[in-house]
Design a binder for this molecule. Structure first.
Ligand code: DCP
Ligand code: MG
Length: 500
């Protein structure tokens, strides 16, 4: 653990819903402590929410309730204001009175908007992010101007080109989007007590305790929109509602640059009752088809045919019936990297490959990338997976148990040995990952210097050999390889330039 007042294993206390709770510190990363409560469950909190002793926490509870003075102008700029609200108001609301107030925020045409912001000549143009028209690939997203031509996410890039040949086609820059995403998190997290990120550009924010009233939550949502525009030059759509599902649907309602509130279940039902079942966001094309075939077209039809819907769709059916009445009790669950099932990295080549010397080398870079992600999450794997898609689209995965590790060398060795045993035919995709994750390192522990030395020497010799095979120079530029799309580009370069 770096920095931070508390260490792994320390006992700390937090104040939640008017109670003091005891917890143990698991780790500290990115300004947040991951803690486990004595009675089970856990969460992530900043240092200012933790107390070293029960007495300090109790003292916090005893503080009289006081509405913080907020200067209106300041409230837009100061991130701490809402945190101050949590500390004081939490104690004033009893558990029984607690209902949910959720904001769902979703950026508009996220990747495309970031690119247009950074290159004003792209503004107002049909912009398609994902691949160039002559490449293999799919649309990641496109600007609203491109959507007018029928282009959408996940569409084959060739099809997008057919629909919109005058569009501007670009590769995405994921490192940049991740950076912007982090900046968004800073804004969002200033107004909520918990956030659940659904993707880089989308999250549920639990503002029950921070806003207290629905009006205040609406104000928070407006401030979030204003700050996102003023500080990051981007627009988003926000939905404010009494539950997660309604908040998500509310943010869709007026997209782009939308703002919409659904204060009560009745408002929700009034809004959607005569709409197609697809308005309920878990209903995809397949589910909708099933329902339509059974004569169920609208939300009202769901209300009137609960038994039929549940029979047809099982668990999802029960959820839909509840939702058709406006009920959704699900809670905002902060994403915990330790819940991740695997960490992997893969690449689809522009042309099919059967050069297995090159593919083994590709595994080295993919393994380093996996190691870096695992490091960021503080996780280790007990198994390595190799994933391959052959030219005929047939996909296989092969796994191998390893001694708990996240070392690129270990991952590479396991993946390379798996690669040796699979059919050596033309393939289009190769990926490597670790699974069976744990946050505890293997039982046999080398000293830090030993670890670094072992890792460095093996990795360096692998990279040195690769430098010769491809006329590349990794020394000093390895970090760059893992920024944005550079890994993909490096691999494409290697594919084309292996010295035989
Ligand atoms: N994305 C992707 N592949 C997909 C869908 C999305 O790479 N099949 C990426 C690109 C998007 C980002 O995730 O910019 C966010 O996804 P959204 O579904 O929120 O789409 P947008 O933000 O682009 O557009 P919208 O305005 O509809 O939210
Ligand atoms: Mg979006």
């Amino acid at each position: 653990m770096k920095e931070g007042k508390y260490k792994t294993g320390d006992t700390v206390y937090i104040v939640s819903s008017g109670k003091v709770m005891e917890a143990g510190v698991l780790r500290y990363a990115g300004g947040f402590y991951t803690i486990r409560f004595s009675q089970g469950g856990g969460t992530k909190l900043r240092e200012n929410r933790l107390f070293a002793s029960k007495e300090e926490a109790l003292h916090q509870l005893d503080k009289p309730f006081k509405e913080p003075q907020i200067n209106k102008k300041e409230s837009i700029k100061k991130e701490d204001v809402s945190k101050a609200l949590v500390q004081t108001k939490r104690e004033a609301v009893s558990d029984t009175q607690l209902k949910q107030i959720i904001i769902h925020v979703d950026m508009d045409a996220f990747y495309a908007s970031v690119e247009a912001r950074d290159n004003p000549s792209l503004k107002g143009k049909p912009l398609i992010i994902g691949a160039l028209p002559n490449e293999r690939g799919v649309v990641a997203t496109c600007s609203y101007e491109a959507r007018k031509y029928g282009v959408h996410s996940a569409m084959n890039i060739k099809e997008a080109y057919r629909l919109c040949p005058h569009g501007v086609f670009m590769h995405g820059n994921h490192e940049k989007y991740r950076r912007v995403s982090n900046q968004l998190h800073m804004i969002w997290n200033a107004y909520c007590s918990a956030s659940e990120y659904l993707s880089l550009d989308e999250a549920y924010l639990d503002v029950t305790d921070t806003a207290i009233t629905f009006e205040k939550a609406c104000e928070f949502a407006k401030i979030i929109k204003k700050r996102t525009w003023e500080e990051l030059g981007l627009t988003c759509s926000v939905g404010i509602a009494y539950c997660k599902a309604a908040a998500k649907m509310a943010s869709e309602e007026k997209k782009p640059n939308g703002y919409f509130a659904i204060p009560t279940p009745k408002d929700f039902v009034d809004l959607v009752i005569d709409r197609d079942v697809r308005v309920l966001y878990t209903v995809g094309a397949k589910t909708a088809e099933k329902l339509h075939e059974a004569g169920i077209y609208t939300v009202r039809d769901i209300q009137n045919n609960e038994e039929k819907v549940q029979k047809l769709l099982g668990k999802q059916g029960r959820w839909l019936c509840a939702m058709a009445q406006g009920h959704d009790d699900s809670r905002v669950t902060p994403y915990k990297p330790e819940d991740a099932k695997s960490i992997s990295r893969e690449v689809t080549f522009q042309e099919n490959v059967n050069d297995f010397v090159f593919l083994k080398d590709a595994l080295v870079l993919l393994a380093i990338s996996v190691e870096r992600r695992a490091e960021r999450y503080g996780l280790y794997g007990k198994g390595v997976t190799l994933k391959i898609t052959y030219a005929d689209m047939k996909g296989i995965t092969r796994s191998k148990v390893i001694e708990t590790s996240r070392s690129a060398v270990k991952i590479y060795e396991a993946a390379a040995s798996l690669l040796e045993k699979v059919p050596h035919e033309k393939l289009r995709l190769i990926g490597v990952g670790i699974h069976n994750l744990t946050n505890i390192e293997g039982s046999y522990q080398l000293t830090l210097e030993e670890v670094n030395e072992e890792k460095e020497s093996d990795l360096n010799s692998l990279l040195k050999e690769m430098e010769e095979r491809y006329g590349l120079n990794f020394t000093g530029s390895l970090d760059k390889v893992f920024q944005g799309e550079t890994l993909y580009k490096t691999l494409e370069y290697m594919r084309k330039h292996r010295k035989k």
